[in-house]
Design a binder for this molecule. Structure first.
Ligand code: CMP
Length: 141
């Protein structure tokens, strides 16, 4: 089925100037960008986004990193978009990511891991709504 998923190009990848290369991976693999913007996350906004991880040992470093510079947030649309995006990203830890995935090619560490993508339909809906109004999302037909 055609789905929508939420994606972040994280501060490390924005700083490396590889936004376009990452967007190309999406577009060459059947995912269309239907909303996109650059934002600098406040601590409050980052903590709210990652609320499910609050209390985990990596949470403070995650918030520090995600607020360290601008990010791109986007909505991707396509056939099986949630799973497709996760396949393109590769494993959370770039050391474990398959060759040719975004994290294998652009990420340095489990914290600075280039991209985020929703892991399920419920989180995709929540994450999209956290950054975009329904009227911000374009119908690509
Ligand atoms: P992301 O998909 O953005 O979701 C939470 C982030 O926390 C994850 O990517 C990683 O960048 C970061 N993180 C750091 N350590 C861990 C860990 N042990 N397990 C999961 N995520 C981690």
């Amino acid at each position: 089925a055609i789905e929508r998923t939420f994606s972040i190009v994280k501060p490390d990848a924005v700083a490396k100037n590889v936004i376009g290369e990452i967007y190309s991976r999406f577009e060459k693999n059947g995912l269309s960008i239907v909303a996109s913007k650059m934002v600098r996350l406040s601590r409050e906004r980052a903590e709210g986004f990652y609320a499910e991880h609050k209390g985990r040992p990596f949470f403070p470093a995650l918030i520090e990193f995600m607020t360290s510079g601008p990010v791109m947030v986007q909505v991707l649309e396509g056939e099986n978009a949630i799973a497709k995006n996760r396949e393109l990203m590769g494993a959370t830890n770039p050391q474990e990511a398959d060759a040719g995935t975004i994290r294998a090619d652009f990420a340095e560490s489990i914290d600075a891991n280039a991209v985020h993508g929703s892991d399920a339909p419920e989180s995709a809906a929540r994450e999209i709504a956290y950054f975009f109004a329904a009227s911000d999302i374009c119908d690509r037909g």
